[in-house]
Write a protein of this length. Structure first.
Length: 149
């Protein structure tokens, strides 16, 4: 896990219930827009199916480092906030660092205490999808083939 993501997790886990919600809302407002070259590819192959809200993820490798792009609706601020937290916390991470992010990240952040079970399942699905896409990109890179867009 990156130092930045560790700091975010620590801040959330130490916050009280209302502060966690406020932090998620802050993250939701700070999710950068998708670049135009990716926005045209918001389709089923990039959608996180476990999530009720339409969340789209894009992973690119630049050498050993991963660029993570995502889109989630403003109408789903907790999901958008979690996605933004991942984008910010994993910025510049290597594929290996991302694959080392613990699967119980949602619980470590204390989000399971403030969100319903379906939301927690969706957020866990987002993290699983990020890891799956990173794995796919690393395999493609090792094989010398471009990762699918």
């Amino acid at each position: 896990m990156t130092r930045k993501l560790e700091e975010i997790v620590e801040e959330l886990s130490q916050a009280d219930r209302q502060e966690r919600i406020d932090l998620l809302l802050d993250f939701a407002r700070s999710l950068p827009p998708l670049p135009d070259r990716l926005a045209a590819h918001k389709d089923a192959s990039h959608r996180v199916e476990e999530c009720q809200s339409p969340v789209y993820l894009f992973v690119e490798l630049h050498g050993p480092n991963v660029a993570l792009w995502a889109d989630a609706p403003m109408e789903a601020p907790t999901v958008r906030g979690f996605v933004s937290m991942l984008v910010e916390g994993l910025e510049g991470a290597t594929g290996e660092e991302i694959l080392e992010v613990p699967g119980d990240l949602v619980q470590r952040c204390g989000l399971a205490e403030i969100l319903g079970m379906l939301r927690v399942r969706g957020l866990t699905g987002v993290l699983r999808r990020v890891k799956a896409e990173v794995t796919r990109a690393l395999i493609a890179q090792a094989a010398g083939t471009p990762a699918p867009a």
